[in-house]
Design a protein around this ligand. Sequence first.
Ligand code: AGP
Length: 368
Amino acid sequence: AMVDKGNYRHFMAKEIHEQPDVVARTLAHYLDLNAMTTKVPEGLPFDFANLQRVVITACGTAFYAGLVAKYWFERLARLPVDIDVASEFRYRETPLDPGGLALFISQSGETADTLASLRYCKAEKQHIGAVVNVKESTIARESDVIFPTIAGPEIGVASTKAFTCQLSVLASMAVMAGRQRGVLSADDEGRLVRALTETPRYMVDALKLEPQIERLARNLAKASDILYLGRGSSYPLAMEGALKLKEISYIHAEGYAAGELKHGPIALIDETMPVIVIAPYDKVFEKTASNMQEVAARGGRIILITDQKGAAAAGVETMETLVMPDVPATIAPMVYSIPIQLLAYHTAVFMGTDVDQPRNLAKSVTVE
Ligand code: AGP
């Protein structure tokens, strides 16, 4: 079927704005909204209770979704996760105990390195699970069980809605795993499922920051390097933010774990380099705030993405603060994806790049 841009200037803008809808649709597939429980997919060939660990493999944005999932699986289900980019995993010859779960995340389901990793894990007698958007893809076909994202066709080369749908699937799976492993009580599950169902509504709120982000992007477009910082599940988001910006604006950006700053990159800080800090007011906020103060003390220009409590507790002067809705910690990665995507998008629009078809990039990388 033909997909058009509707009233949007680019597919990427349309896809960013579709997120509350497609995330709701995806979540409805994994959550029972009457019983307030997760829905275990029919014919699931393994039980999370019997797993020793999960191995996750993916590329690019899908890899960052997997990294967020590592935080969820380990915290909510006490299930250890090994994760690597597919181009490394496939040549590492990782020893795997038979009967383990190998999870592959891919929008297209055709990424060559991810597929090669899948075949390696199959030969090593793993259960093969795939979080895919294209259900008729090779990765979907070669998997034992598919966890579909219901994002609809994603046309923009920069992945947006596929990412938040991947996160929605993986968060639901982590809650399911936590329940099956007896880490979460029925009450815990109910509370987490309720939080997940609120994601689309909070995404709608986050989208309202667009005019402020557009003004800010005018400024960012002048930078030649931008640093993104985050801690905990905001760390993969920092890397995703940097990737998105690089892809479509061609501005050099790096995502770093906030605590790693003083181990090197702090040497780069001066008044010319914007530092984007992703920091919801969560358990690690105070730690991130002290990293931010280190940046401020060296004249760094801070753009803080946080909520009201975080804005009040930051203790630094920022160049700009984006005040997000106050959201439950588990769903923050989905909701905080919105300002990160909008920042990259509007910066690229200001620079006049080909947002939907950036230079040198293909939508799906089917060569090695
Ligand atoms: C994301 O914006 C990228 N264009 C890219 O990193 C992408 O996520 C990666 O190539 C993986 O693609 P897949 O999800 O189709 O496997």
